[in-house]
Write a protein that binds this ligand. Structure first.
Ligand SMILES: Cc1cc2nc3c(=O)[nH]c(=O)nc-3n(C[C@H](O)[C@H](O)[C@H](O)COP(=O)(O)O)c2cc1C
Ligand code: SF4
Ligand code: SF4
Length: 404
């Protein structure tokens, strides 16, 4: 099968559990991976792999996608269509037949029999890997009977995590098994370690905070969930997740160093991939960025990574891996640099935004230029992010020492 011309030099392949991915990015399970027409677009946009839309033997209730979206910030989605087993399997077969993507089957079960049936059916359909969904918070477990746990509920229990991974691994030794886990309780590190002990070669870490609620329109007092009556808590996705993703990757990497780690949650730029590698990820997956910006964004991230590694003379993600992780320090032991913020007067346009920072009494405008009183600056790190002219310099800026 011919492949589109992608920036897929060897440096960007992820040798995931023996599965060679011809591109650095995976399209994460969700609305982008629920139809063959979209999977073809993923392949055209140089994705290495796609994780198919969450499949159940029988979806527990009728669902369609509804969401609260703030562009480039958050997609909060309490409900989306799920695939029934025959739909997921057919999608897997056709994706393997008609695209060059590596395919992860993404599914969740209620009880060992369901996990086995789902695994068997997807292996038979040609899936390259099994992504066990221990992360979806949008499930009404009561609809599957009392005491039945699936999706994110599994991730609250290291014991259940270990049992499912071990059962599936033992029965299906021929295929990589990757639980998709979410940092939703204080037991997260134990869950990751349990997955590793049970024989998972990799985990997909998604940095979603616990599910959220959309804001309320003050005029109508209706929650901002269009095309729906009422409101439900929903999974939180998009840029807002990035910091939690990085933290979660670091936690998994330190709790279970042998695991390979795929990361998703707020990865929208190539720089976010580098951050994820630096905290210990081997690979990254993307969903919201493509939902907002279209498939071109996938190519932009891939090319950005390729350029970055070439520029740095690095072989690939492994050259970056763990570099930030090694710097992790308890807050009480952080060495604080006493340097203060400076202004690049040539760049400052005198807008005055920095002088309004609520807790700061160090910045004033003099002759339409910002001035920092170094004795009042507390080096908090807030003002730079609001400057529209990139005129505020901190000690990590190459211009800082030039005396500007
Ligand atoms: C509308 C929507 C539906 C999703 N459905 C699934 C799903 O079926 N299975 C799954 O494992 N993750 C699902 N996710 C989570 C994504 O795969 C991804 O892990 C998450 O969105 C974080 O990545 P992002 O910030 O790039 O969106 C969904 C996300 C969104 C926005
Ligand atoms: S038109 Fe708007 S609301 Fe309708 S599917 Fe497209 S993006 Fe969603
Ligand atoms: S926010 Fe930036 S451009 Fe505006 S006054 Fe402050 S330093 Fe100058």
């Amino acid at each position: 099968m011919s492949r589109p011309s992608c920036p897929d030099g060897p440096r960007l392949c992820w040798d995931a559990c023996g599965m060679k991915l011809h591109g650095p990015l995976t399209v994460a399970s969700g609305p982008l991976t629920s139809k063959l027409s979209l999977l073809k677009k993923a392949a055209e946009a140089c994705a290495g792999a796609a994780s198919l839309k969450l499949t159940f033997i029988t979806p527990p209730f009728h669902a369609e996608m509804r969401s609260f979206s703030v562009h480039d910030h958050v997609i909060l989605s309490p409900t989306e269509k799920r695939l029934a087993l025959h739909e997921g399997v057919e999608l897997c077969r056709s994706a393997k037949r008609e695209t060059a993507l590596a395919i992860w089957a993404n599914f969740t079960g209620a009880g060992a029999d369901e996990w086995f049936r789902l695994s068997e059916a997807f292996i038979d359909a040609g899936a390259d890997g099994l992504e066990l969904n221990f992360c979806c918070p949008n499930l009404d477990t009561s609809s599957s009977g009392p005491g039945v746990r699936h999706g994110a509920a599994i991730c609250t229990s290291p014991e259940l995590t270990a049992k499912i991974v071990r059962d599936v691994r033992r029965r299906f030794t021929q295929i990589p098994v990757m639980p998709k886990i979410v940092n939703n309780t204080h037991l997260f590190r134990d869950v990751a370690a349990a997955a590793a002990d049970a024989g998972a070669p990799a985990v997909h870490v998604v940095g979603q905070p616990v599910s959220g609620a959309p804001p309320v329109n003050p005029d109508t007092l209706k929650p901002l969930l269009p095309f729906a009556e009422g409101v439900s808590f929903g999974s939180t996705n998009g840029s807002v997740c990035l910091c939690n993703t990085l933290r979660s990757v670091a936690e998994v990497r330190s709790a279970a160093p042998a695991l390979q780690v795929m990361a998703s949650g707020g990865i929208t730029r190539w720089e976010d991939c580098v951050s994820a590698y630096a905290y210990g990820a081997d690979a990254a997956a993307v969903c919201s960025a493509v939902m907002w910006h279209g498939w071109e964004r996938l190519k932009i991230i891939s090319r950005g990574l390729e350029d970055y590694f070439r520029r740095k003379g690095m072989s690939g993600p492994e050259a970056v891996r763990d570099t930030a992780l090694k710097l992790l320090t308890p807050p009480s032991e952080l060495k604080l640099n006493p340097a203060r913020a400076r202004i690049d007067e040539n760049a400052c346009v005198g807008c005055g935004k920095c002088a309004k920072v609520g807790h700061c009494e160090a910045i004033t405008l003099v002759d339409r230029k910002a001035r920092v009183d170094e004795t009042a600056c507390i080096s908090c790190g807030v003002c730079r992010s609001l400057c529209p002219a990139d005129a505020i310099l901190y000690d990590d800026d190459p211009r800082y020492g030039s005396g500007k």
